[in-house]
Design a protein around this ligand. Sequence first.
Ligand SMILES: Nc1ncnc2c1ncn2[C@@H]1O[C@H](COP(=O)(O)OP(=O)(O)OP(=O)(O)O)[C@@H](O)[C@H]1O
Ligand SMILES: Nc1ncnc2c1ncn2[C@@H]1O[C@H](COP(=O)(O)OP(=O)(O)OP(=O)(O)O)[C@@H](O)[C@H]1O
Ligand SMILES: [Mg+2]
Ligand SMILES: [Mg+2]
Lengths: 226, 226
Amino acid sequence: AAAAVGVSKIYGHGDTAVHALDEIDASFQSGRFTAIMGPSGSGKSTLMHCLAGLDTVSHGSILVGDTDLSTLSERELTLLRRDRIGFVFQSFNLVPTLTAMENITLPMDLAGRTPDQAWVDEVINTVGLDDRTSHRPNELSGGQQQRVAVSRALASQPEIVFADEPTGNLDSTTGAEILEFMRRAVREMDQTIVMVTHDPNAASYADRVVFLNDGKIVDEMFEPTP
Amino acid sequence: AAAAVGVSKIYGHGDTAVHALDEIDASFQSGRFTAIMGPSGSGKSTLMHCLAGLDTVSHGSILVGDTDLSTLSERELTLLRRDRIGFVFQSFNLVPTLTAMENITLPMDLAGRTPDQAWVDEVINTVGLDDRTSHRPNELSGGQQQRVAVSRALASQPEIVFADEPTGNLDSTTGAEILEFMRRAVREMDQTIVMVTHDPNAASYADRVVFLNDGKIVDEMFEPTP
Ligand SMILES: Nc1ncnc2c1ncn2[C@@H]1O[C@H](COP(=O)(O)OP(=O)(O)OP(=O)(O)O)[C@@H](O)[C@H]1O
Ligand SMILES: Nc1ncnc2c1ncn2[C@@H]1O[C@H](COP(=O)(O)OP(=O)(O)OP(=O)(O)O)[C@@H](O)[C@H]1O
Ligand SMILES: [Mg+2]
Ligand SMILES: [Mg+2]
């Protein structure tokens, strides 16, 4: 579903250059749940942002489906992100003036698509936000905001969901419900999910775990157990 | 060091009123490391913000040391927060235009106090930010931003540190280093720390754990083990 081919991402120049990504080759299979783990600062969010076309690479290529992102215009890239990709940001990135429900359906509203309301309601119910949908982000707890961000990415059933630490602000019960829901979406609806996590228990829900360190892939594991 | 006496915090009115805190009695002993746990939405951040004078209560009193916060003017409250309290926010709240180092020393700079540079350097070294101090927040990873927020609260050695989920964005190794450092500050320097966490392993570093549910204290545990 997505791949990084010889990808490097370098900030700055000369002695102070930061190699956030260092010649990464990584592929993420359709209909699979892949986890990405690694120390803080190892390049996980950078990799996710490059894969989703939110950031450019310094070297190498990014493929989403058969599309090489470097062949797209700004406009085409915006459409790809809106129509084919769901992204759960590490810092949520909710629209402060919209309610939880409006935030959740925003990508579809922008695309002029009608939400599958039954599915949207199932997502909201599963993450436990039923009685919070008309609240705005500043009236929600940190974990509730995170659940709005997760719901937004899942509600439109995009080709691929990138989730950057989707359970970091959640108690274990709520987190488990979301992880279980994501795994069901992968198994039963062929959803493709790529999830960054620091939590080995969260990674155990995935089919495969890729390990990053200092901008490089250093290991991978299939059928992980916590 | 701090206490909530008969504290309620109610948002809205009538049928749609949200009792974020419901007649809470809680005290947090000086020189101790207390953890607060509970489900997402149970009132942990609300309790912390009320204890630190960042938010008002609907009923009851908040005491910091011997000071009843309701007796303070806006000006006195601002000074108390600046001089006696350190706060690690769940959403970090860093100043985007300042570097990591400037963010870390900001409370002391505002107070016109000279930082204990050896201590500040020890904090920065322990959390692993040595080579990131001149970067601004948008040039830092999520976990690095969290570590700047943690450092800011610890650097001024305030009377009491409130930390709202300080390790949520960190890998287990980095998180353990910060928790160990906090425990050392409590043991060796009599620092008072109140920490919200979803992670039972993080809570195990504390001397006592208080459990919240639906805005009430429902349980507590001394000398927790994970
Ligand atoms: N302005 C507001 N209006 C209405 N409800 C609010 C408002 N602010 C907070 N709440 C509600 O108060 C409750 C407690 O919120 P709080 O942020 O204290 O939870 P928390 O325990 O910190 O959760 P988390 O673990 O998700 O961070 C939540 O259900 C939240 O939706
Ligand atoms: N604009 C920038 N300029 C310089 N360095 C940067 C910039 N943006 C990111 N970095 C650095 O790139 C590295 C990788 O960042 P990234 O956000 O991908 O890490 P991460 O693995 O997601 O970490 P975390 O687990 O803490 O979220 C970090 O060391 C960060 O400081
Ligand atoms: Mg990150
Ligand atoms: Mg909270």
